[in-house]
Write a protein that binds this ligand. Structure first.
Ligand code: NAD
Length: 470
């Protein structure tokens, strides 16, 4: 079998197999290993055994391992990009962006260190802070960016001295298996393990007594289950969850100039991005013009198999997501006006035409829920005050974008939006050095940056006097 599990340094077949579907055809295109509970136990035990030696390496030694891994991944770039497109569906050019981000993450975190810090210094002594690794960390990742989501966790987690068990999403396991294959030839046995499941091992991972932390990215409902399941062993958790980001257009911009940027922020990866613009707020004087432009862009976008070079928008990743988005569109059709798309494409695979809906009430599912697909509501507002209140009236708070030619006005609005990140006049930008994460039910904790790296450690305070007091 080509795509295997990685347990204790060995690539092994699973207790069973898992079919992987190409979302552009809806047909099985590959089969990979699928673990049972005994194999999960072996992986956790291996990670536990490997931890003391890995944690006691110098940071420089771990940096060299990670850079070596980055080199090996880089050397297989074409294979990774094609595989991401085949199992995830995104256009090859977007897989390339994902791939470059992933290698960048491995290299950036390889270089970062969290050395012993002096936090107080006096004649009679000092206070130091040591950041120590936690032990075995489990990572559970979603299907929208299978390689970037994995490396975003692997790189900081291993760099600070933890060992890992990685569980990719069951519908996109191949990229992680290929990554595991390369890691097998580079990292010491047990340091990094890959366990692939068919949605049946999550609960065992998140409740396991030998797992110190779960770094989870996925939907808010699953995040709640992870938190509940981890309570029994007081797991350390990072939860990077869903979002319903607003794209806010202020009244000083030209609707025609802004529309392509808003469209791109909404439709990248067919809208299957936690930070995609998922509801668009336009000032009433610009509303008709912006709706018309977005509808034109939606009609003109080339939808197709991500492997075809002209494709701009690929399929939905899996049948469940495809059906959910179609259901949300149906409700929107009954409450508002669908001005572009609104239907599945009449072909194999999970394709939905890019959809723009106007005149919806705020209570519509397309406005309130995370649709995670190529269907976008455009909403009119009359005052900044009212718009901010409507934007913040959400259980989510992940990101958001503001478009204005007056940066100070943009900043004033940004300061009042409840979210983990706000971009003003920028498309989603995620460099490795900026911490990222959600507020409210979009998550707990941060990824990226030194703040994200610290999540994989705990602080130990050493309070030291130079002499025993007389
Ligand atoms: P999901 O919640 O269905 O699955 C995520 C992962 O959890 C998968 O690996 C899945 O197998 C696993 N899982 C399922 N049930 C589990 C359980 N009971 N215990 C433990 N693990 C379990 O999410 P998805 O549909 O794969 O991904 C889409 C979601 O991810 C969207 O909501 C999106 O916004 C979110 N997301 C968030 C971020 C972020 O950084 N905040 C980034 C990417 C995606």
């Amino acid at each position: 079998m080509a795509y295997r599990l990685l347990i204790d340094g060995e690539l092994v077949d699973g207790a069973s197999t898992l079919d992987v579907i190409n979302s552009a055809t809806g047909a099985v295109f590959e089969t990979c290993a699928c673990a049972d509970e005994a194999q999960l136990e072996q992986a956790i035990a291996a990670a536990k055994r490997a931890f003391p030696a890995w944690a006691s390496l110098t940071h420089g030694a771990r940096r060299d391992y990670l850079n070596h891994l980055a080199d090996a991944v880089q050397a297989r770039s074409d294979e990774f990009c094609t595989l991401i497109t085949r199992e995830q569906g995104k256009p090859l050019a977007v897989s390339r962006i994902e791939f470059d981000m992933s290698v960048g993450l491995l290299r950036w975190f390889a270089e970062q260190d969290l050395p012993l810090e002096t936090i107080r210094q006096a004649d009679e002594g000092r206070v130091l802070e040591q950041r120590t690794p936690l032990g075995v960390v489990a990572t559970i990742t979603p299907w929208n960016f299978p390689l970037q989501q994995l490396t975003l966790k692997v790189a900081p987690c291993l760099s600070v001295g933890n060992t890992m068990v990685a569980k990719p999403a069951s519908t996109t396991p191949l990229t992680a298996a290929l990554f595991g294959e390369l890691a097998a030839g580079i990292l010491p046995p047990g340091v990094f393990n890959v366990i692939i499941d068919a949605h049946h091992l999550g609960d065992r991972i998140t409740s396991h007594p030998d797992i110190a932390m779960v770094a989870f990215t996925g939907s808010t409902p699953t995040g709640r289950r992870v938190m509940g399941s981890g309570a029994g062993t007081l797991k350390r958790l990072t939860l990077e969850l869903g979002g319903n980001d607003a794209a806010i257009v202020l009244d000083d911009v030209d609707a025609r100039e802004i529309a392509p940027k808003v469209f791109q922020a909404a439709m990248i990866n067919s809208g299957q991005v936690c930070l995609a613009a998922k509801r668009i707020y336009a000032p009433r004087p610009l509303y008709d013009a912006l709706c018309d432009e977005l509808a034109r862009l939606a009609r003109e976008a080339v939808v197709g198999d991500g492997l075809e070079p002209e494709t701009q928008i690929g399929p939905l990743q899996n049948r469940q997501q495809y059906e959910k988005v179609l259901e949300i569109i149906e409700e929107a059709r009954s409450l508002g006006n669908v001005i572009a798309g609104g239907n599945a494409l009449n072909r194999e695979g999970y394709f939905i035409a890019p959809t723009i809906v106007r005149d919806l009430p705020d209570s519509a599912r397309l406005v309130r829920e995370e649709q995670f697909g190529p269907a976008i509501p455009v909403l009119a507002y009359d005052t900044i005050e009212e718009m901010i209140e409507r934007v913040n009236d959400s259980e989510y708070g992940l990101g958001g974008t503001i478009w204005t030619n007056d940066a100070e006005r943009g900043l004033e609005v940004a300061l009042r939006i409840q979210s983990g990140t706000i971009w003003v006049n920028k498309l989603v930008e995620l460099p490795p050095d900026l911490p990222f994460g959600g507020v409210k039910q979009s998550g707990i904790g941060r990824e990226s940056g030194l703040e994200g790296m610290k999540e994989f450690t705990q602080a130990k305070i050493i309070n030291l006097a130079n002499k025993v007091a007389a």
